[in-house]
Design a protein. Sequence first.
Length: 166
Amino acid sequence: MKRAVYPGSFDPVTYGHLDVIRRSAALVDELIVGVLQNNHKNPLFSLQERVKILHEVTKDMSNVRIESFTGLSIDFVRTCGAQFLVRGLRAITDFDYELQMAQTNRIMAKEIDTIFLTTSLEYAYLSSSTVKEVAYYGGDISKFVPPEVAQAISRKIHPQTGISEA
Ligand code: PNS
């Protein structure tokens, strides 16, 4: 059984993440999306919310499972019994950090390989932070995230006005 884990913060999931999820799920028997409970960051969405949103937007993908984890990604990959860790590479600016992470993870677990998927061009400059900033200033985020995510962001950022980006 070929299994991969795609770890990340997913605060919230974007079309760029979904592109990586869909394409990596096609390469393996099972893809586990690992949502990090990151105590160092101050996320817009709670861990439970991020997991719930991911469940909703991946419900048509039968071999994709959503799980949360704490600690090191590589330990989570090992616990899942997966052989691969998936990461998306958007632009050259991602490269240093991702390479450092992949090399360190490889030293910690030489049986696990990191697979990099280059993000589709239309999502090359997309990030959760950019989406949140655009939404914060009332911009249209419908090209960046699925409608259910846009609504969830809207409810968080503009709870009184109920401005909807979808
Ligand atoms: O979506 P992100 O925020 O780019 O994902 C980064 C993530 C969660 C993959 C990375 O920060 C991570 O793996 N954090 C867990 C701790 C860890 O394993 N650090 C890397 C040590 S080499």
